[in-house]
Design a protein around this ligand. Structure first.
Ligand SMILES: [Zn+2]
Ligand SMILES: [Zn+2]
Ligand SMILES: [Zn+2]
Length: 269
């Protein structure tokens, strides 16, 4: 299984659109891994996780492979993960030769927003609700939504993805996982865990995690026996509010065996 991280920033991106803070200014000067777009991932080229407003930019950067997916799974309806107005661009008035029907999966809020936005273009999309702890076979993978601690008015999900015995936990957006999510994961083996590190050194572990919570989650995984020697834990979804450059994040996380995501990072398992 190949996982390409298309973006690695929280909702505002880095540098944030309107921001003149010290981190955003430094990021503009340094470029490279310090430029972060809104998060999304491509799994094996046929499955996309989330559809941020930066999808257009991701296609400019990476080419058609970003728009050739057959399946789209959505974590929750915050705009940095779900921008259905641009999904609508995959219809005949806005695109030609775009291929077969795309399958979109998500919670009830995602399904409702899809129906509202794509009301006149239903023939180009299959829109399917998914439920926590119910495993679905999607694009040659087994995909299980798990409850997150994120959006109180919505069943936000993180996703556990399995293919040919290999596994990836797409673990954001969320604060420290609910106990029921840890309990479900306790029966599994995790090859790659991608975790929410929005808050950096800020003292907050609910709704989003911080560095301490990412380290604690890795320790909890170890305690549950779900990691092995070659398992990788990757922190992502960074906010400019934490004020940390890529190098700063590496100094704080790599000594603890946690990798720091960047736009375009590829993970293979
Ligand atoms: Zn987010
Ligand atoms: Zn800023
Ligand atoms: Zn969110």
């Amino acid at each position: 299984m190949k996982i390409r991280l298309l973006g690695s920033a929280a909702a505002e991106g880095i540098p944030a659109i309107f921001c003149r803070c010290e981190l955003c200014q430094k990021a503009k000067e340094l470029g490279g891994k310090d430029i972060r777009t809104r998060t999304s991932a491509l799994v094996d080229d046929n499955l996309k996780i989330d559809f941020p407003p930066d999808t257009f930019m991701h296609v400019l950067r990476d080419g058609d492979m970003i728009s050739d997916f057959e399946h789209l799974i959505i974590t929750h309806t915050h705009h940095d993960h779900f921008y259905p107005e641009d999904i609508r661009m995959r219809t005949p008035d806005f695109a030609k030769d775009f291929g077969d029907v795309v399958n979109i999966y998500g919670n009830e809020n995602v399904v409702q927003r899809c129906h509202e936005t794509l009301e006149n273009e239903k023939e180009y999309f299959n829109i399917a609700p998914v439920q926590a702890f119910t495993t679905n076979e999607i694009g040659g993978k087994l995909i299980t939504p798990l409850p997150a601690d994120h959006k109180p008015d919505e069943n936000s999900f993180i996703y556990f993805i399995e293919k040919e015995g290999k596994t990836c936990l797409y673990g954001h957006d969320t604060g420290v996982f609910p106990e029921e999510t840890f309990n479900w994961l306790a029966q599994r083996v995790i090859d790659i865990a991608i975790l929410d590190c929005t808050n950096g050194l800020i003292d907050r572990k609910t709704i989003h995690m911080n560095i301490e919570a990412v380290k604690d989650t890795k320790a909890k995984f170890a305690e549950l026996g779900v990691l092995h020697e070659k398992s990788r834990v990757v922190a992502t979804h960074f906010s400019h509010n934490c004020g940390l450059l890529h190098d700063d994040l590496e100094k704080l996380l790599v000594p603890f065996g946690i990798d720091v995501a960047y736009d375009g990072m590829e993970l293979q398992v």
